[in-house]
Design a binder for this molecule. Sequence first.
Ligand SMILES: O=C(CSCCNC(=O)c1cc(-c2ccc(F)cc2)cc(O)c1O)c1ccc(O)c(O)c1
Ligand SMILES: [Mg+2]
Length: 214
Amino acid sequence: TQSTRPQRILGAVQQNATRGDPRSVVRAIDQYCRNQEWAMNVGDEKGCILDSVVSEVNPATVLELGTYCGYSTVRIASLLPPHAKLITLEFNPEFAVIARQVIAWAGLEDKIQLVEGASGDLIPKMKEQFGVETFDLVFLDHWKDRYLPDTKLMEECGLLRKGSVLLADNVICPGTPEYLEFVRSSPRYESQYFKSHLEYTKVEDGLEKSVFLG
Ligand SMILES: O=C(CSCCNC(=O)c1cc(-c2ccc(F)cc2)cc(O)c1O)c1ccc(O)c(O)c1
Ligand SMILES: [Mg+2]
């Protein structure tokens, strides 16, 4: 039977990455997706910007919206201080099955909690079900039309504090126009655009970093 793209990405990790070495997992996925077949990982170029923001924030609590195969999940978690926690939400059960195996191969199960379901349903349950107070960093990489409603929902649920950082992928391609307009015009956010390219291509894309001002 025909394999899926996520299954082939997992295969590339198991063949080319060293168990317990997150950076080799990241490198194996980038090499596969650059040389064999494109996939919607944040990728190596935008990944370096992601790394710099994670290192600057040095978060104790991270929320990722949109796990896919776990590339950015592993990339972020590999930079977290001890005892820091990353919660990642994935709607698609097929993606979740693969991501769990990629996270295990990287040896990062203790830092990462993957939760299956729709972000709009799970965000209101964060405090009671997952014992979270607020998030120091949120990486938005799920449905592009959910970035704005989910940001408003996180505010309403008291999941953001003064200084919480939102980092959004794909603000140019596929694009998130309503989200961009909101964070750039709202007095409650200080936003900055990091120009880059769509993963593994020359197409323009970028990350938007928005600090919640409380
Ligand atoms: O895939 C989803 C939604 S979550 C993934 C969101 N991410 C993207 O869509 C995304 C897309 C692109 C991109 C794609 C084609 C282009 F031509 C150009 C760019 C790049 C990214 O970096 C992304 O993050 C899902 C949900 C429920 C399901 O049942 C299901 O089968 C699938
Ligand atoms: Mg993306």
